[in-house]
Each structure stands twice: as structure tokens, then as C-alpha cells.
Write a protein of this length. Sequence first.
Length: 288
Amino acid sequence: MNEALKELLDLLDLEQIELDIFRGRSPEERIQRVFGGQVAAQALVAAGRTLPADRHVHSLHAYFIRPGDPSVPIVYNVERVRDGRSFTTRRVVAIQHGKAIFTLSASFQIMEPGVEHQAAVMPEVAPAEGLPSFQDRMRQIVDEDSPYREWLSRPRPVELRYVTPLTWEAHRDPELRGSNTNVWFRYDAELPDDPLLHVVLAAYASDFTLVDTVLLTHGLAWGASNISGASLDHAMWFHRPFRVDDWMLYAQESPWSGGARGLARGEMFTRSGELAVSVVQEAMIRVN
């Protein structure tokens, strides 16, 4: 297990400071704001800590309200909205400097049998094992004297292998533009058999590449184009148990952008082609 993944798992082990009140921290990095996937993952951990073990999360809906300050802890207040016989609802508010920076509503359910079907089909793509890592792809693009070289050398908790072009590649070559992104991802370590942990880590990974699908359509790239952006809201539905310590394919598309916003949606498939997670996100994207 690499150090970045160890640190992430430590960040997800929230400190309980009162009944239904938890405290989390951010990595010690020189970043301007807290990564959205981290806040969503920690909020889901906080909600899960107030539930019996037989309740499994099936959906979450979140809003990013203010940029998070990585230099101070984040306090997570959990509201027990409903405890039913089959379904349980929690609302979480993340607070910094006395103000809400993020809200999350999550619904949990006991395991029940029911009708089953899957209309979504996993795209036919090259297997992850034969693809270069995200860092190796980026090293072919970024100049030797670029400050991004140091950024690329950092260990990452989640491994990404792109099937489709990177936004930086499409920024240089307009023929590579498109509205679809396919990325394999996994956490390269054997993780515990805790279903909530695998869901939380999927939530963390879901925020890395989804907005980039909007940029890919227009040949824009963070750091290479004069743009600014931020996640506005994020929704996920969890359809079946899965493991993120094996490769999962994140198939993403952007059906629309306008009004300084962009919409992206994604589907996470297990290696065998089972649809495990559906994701939708809207982000602010401004061309300066």
C-alpha cells in the first residue's frame, strides 16, 4: 500500500467529538481548496457511523457551497432524518469557519430481493493492464521545466488509466476532442471487506475525472487554458456491491454545457461488466 493511500484511509477515519458530530482533516499540501471528493467521502463516512451495519448506502445527493480551507479541520454534523424499517436517511453538513461549505443527503437500505435488469452496456475498451498510467501519459505532454512535473511525481491514492484522450492532449490536437471519457481506476492494495469503505472510495474517485469530460468537448484543460471552475453538485446511485481494489471502468459523457456550467454523467462498471454506480455532476466552468 503506497503512502498516499495510507494517508487517505487515515483521513477517512474521522474523529468523533460528540454524538453525531465528527471532525476531519485535509492532506498537508499547498492547495487552495479542499478536494471535493474528499469532503463527499468524509461526509459519507460520518453518515455511516450513525447506522447499524445492515444498512447499505444506495444514493447520495450533495451540494458544494463554499471552497474548503485545507489548513483547518472540517466539522461534520449528522442529522438523523429518518430511521425506517427498510430505509434510513441522513443529512450531513460540513462546516468551516462557522459556515456550511458542503451538504449531503444519503439514503441507506437493508439488502432486499427484487426485480433486476441492466440496460447499460460497458463500452468495449482495451484492458487496464496494457495501458500506461495517467502520470506516464502526462509526462509525455508536460515540459521538463513545468511546475506540473513536481505535481506528477507525487504518489496518488487511486490509480487512473485513460482509454480515451486526456484534456491536455485534446487541447493540443483538436481532432482528439470528444464528449466521452473512459477511465479505468483502482486502489492498488488489498482493502478490508467493508462495503461502506469501497463505496466511500468510489465517491472519492468519482470527482477526479468527471468534470474533465466537459472540458474535453471544447479542447480545454486545467492549467493549459485560461479557465476556472468548481463542482456545484454531485449525485451517486449505488446499484450492487463492488470492490475498488480491482479495476473498474468509469465511462463518462457530457451531454450539455452553457451558462458558465457543464453537466457530466458517468457509469462505473466492474471488470466483468456489471453496472455498479451511476454518477451525475454539474460544475461551474468559466473561460476568463
